[in-house]
Design a protein around this ligand. Structure first.
Ligand SMILES: C[S@@+](CC[C@H](N)C(=O)[O-])C[C@H]1O[C@@H](n2cnc3c(N)ncnc32)[C@H](O)[C@@H]1O
Length: 287
């Protein structure tokens, strides 16, 4: 089928199976993401688009550009085109309940009021997750005012991080928010356009971070809770293990990792103890 698609469009350059395999291997080594056969059509279409946009004459030319361009701009553009950024406000919010009813009270028990509590949304995509964390804490954690809460949010994709900083969302993202929360934390700025309150935008520290890059990850230390949800499903066990080991270093003793509902730490790492809060399991670093 791939051959047929290639031939159907004469403007496309030829990508052989070996080229495609080389590309996937390179992408995997740099991001941890594995492209399954099911995604072949999507990946190859995006790849062809970038080859055309950069006016590369062959796959080989494009691949050299990706690897050796000094600025790294094309590599970043490619990542921005290949990632799956699906997210929305209050996604899997039972974990936010576990945070305000279980993890934060435990942290507060060991930590005098006035000190900081650090929470990291990695990956944050377009920002709905870190803003949901902030809203949830303000609404549901009685001690929110007693601690200096720092929320960081990161993603490998520069385009989504820019969107997250702007904080403008459509109805589809806000679907799970009550009218009251919409009124309290957003202003309507247009048809199907809501801007999140400035205090919230300014309270979150957004950055571009690759979870499998030790240098990027070394910028984060003493984090109390990491929300790493709906990313490891795109990895294999080797890159999952690498990411989890780097997150381990970023956490405070006793710190927590929350994974997405279809993700689990079993098979990947024995560094963490599973903890059940309500109906959800999160993973705790030894204290
Ligand atoms: C499906 S979104 C998940 C967003 C949010 N955590 C949620 O659960 O709604 C996955 C995000 O992972 C990001 N991503 C992919 N590879 C990454 C990597 N190596 N490091 C950091 N972020 C990555 C993508 O850019 C994308 O925005």
């Amino acid at each position: 089928m791939r051959e047929a698609l290639r031939k159907s469009n004469e403007h496309h350059v030829t990508i052989t199976s070996e080229d495609y395999a080389k590309f996937c291997e390179f992408f995997y080594k740099k991001t941890g993401i594995v492209f399954t056969d099911k995604k072949g059509y999507f990946v190859e279409r995006r790849l062809q688009e970038r080859i055309e946009k950069t006016k590369s004459e062959s796959f080989r030319d494009y691949f050299s550009l990706l690897r050796f361009q000094m600025s790294g701009d094309e590599w970043q553009e490619l990542i921005n085109n290949m990632t799956v950024n699906e997210t929305y406000f209050l996604r899997e919010d039972y974990q936010f309940d576990a945070m305000s009813n279980g993890m934060l009270p435990e942290i507060a028990q060991e930590r005098p009021a006035g000190r900081s509590v650090k929470i990291w949304s990695l990956p944050c995509s377009t920002g709905e997750e870190p803003y949901s964390i902030a809203i949830h804490i303000l609404e549901k954690w009685a001690l929110a005012d007693s601690y200096a809460i720092e929320i960081c949010a990161s993603d490998i994709d520069t385009r989504v991080v820019t969107q997250a900083r702007r904080g403008v969302y459509g109805e589809r993202s806000l679907q799970r928010l009550s009218p009251e929360l919409r009124r309290k934390y957003f202003s309507k700025t247009g048809v199907d356009q809501y801007l999140i309150r400035e205090e919230l935008r300014e309270s979150i520290d957004f950055s571009v971070t690759n979870i499998i890059d030790p240098l990027h990850m070394s910028r984060y230390r003493s984090v109390d809770i990491i929300f790493c949800r709906n990313l490891l499903i795109y990895f294999d066990d080797i890159s999952r293990r690498g990411a989890v080991e780097l997150m381990y270093e970023c956490l405070s003793p006793g710190g927590f990792i929350c994974l997405g509902h279809s993700e689990s730490m079993s098979r990947i790492s024995s560094l963490f103890k599973p903890r059940k809060f309500g109906e959800t399991v999160v993973y705790q670093k030894a204290g």
